[in-house]
Design a protein around this ligand. Sequence first.
Ligand code: SF4
Length: 204
Amino acid sequence: MNALPRLRALHARLERCRRCPKMIPPVVHGVAVSSPVFLLGQAPGVKEGPAGRPFAWTAGKTLFGWFHDVFGVDEARVRERVYFAAVARCFPGKNPKGGDRKPDDTEVEQCRRWLAEEVPLLAPKLVLPVGALAIAQVLGHEGPLAEVVGRAHRGRWHGVDLDVIPLPHPSGASTWHRTEPGKTLLKRALRVLGAHPVAKTALR
Ligand code: SF4
């Protein structure tokens, strides 16, 4: 069954969502693409709302650079071939101590309802949670990233059995992927991603 019409209808409802009083609209989502590869980010930054797409700024440059290194594809191709979602779809605002505010538990819970519709609808075979908050959502892992990044996991998410390849957050505010052991573990994770048959088929 073609999921696209239902996905577009879901996006139309998602765009009107204003459940979280502290979140700053607009809602940001990726292209309605029926893909077996599902990328889960944390939340849009200040630039993504006006740009109208996730990973539109510096973190995106790094993230799309990783895809280019692995598959030789450009950003447009990745956006056409991978479904982009996030733990929270609105900009949480700035953290007074620096960086963006992390979505709180209530916001994560509220926004999870969208994922609970999208995941069964798309039934992805591979999910790429990007950053600690997304990894916690998919794998339930809240310990150090080094315990999970660098390999593939088998998981069940919103009732769908799938492979999980966790990636660190590419944000410039994070040094994890630029210092050891993160640097080596990121390389390993990208090698695993490049060898994954679902990712290879989707992104070739
Ligand atoms: S973060 Fe999610 S649940 Fe909250 S208002 Fe935005 S779209 Fe709705």
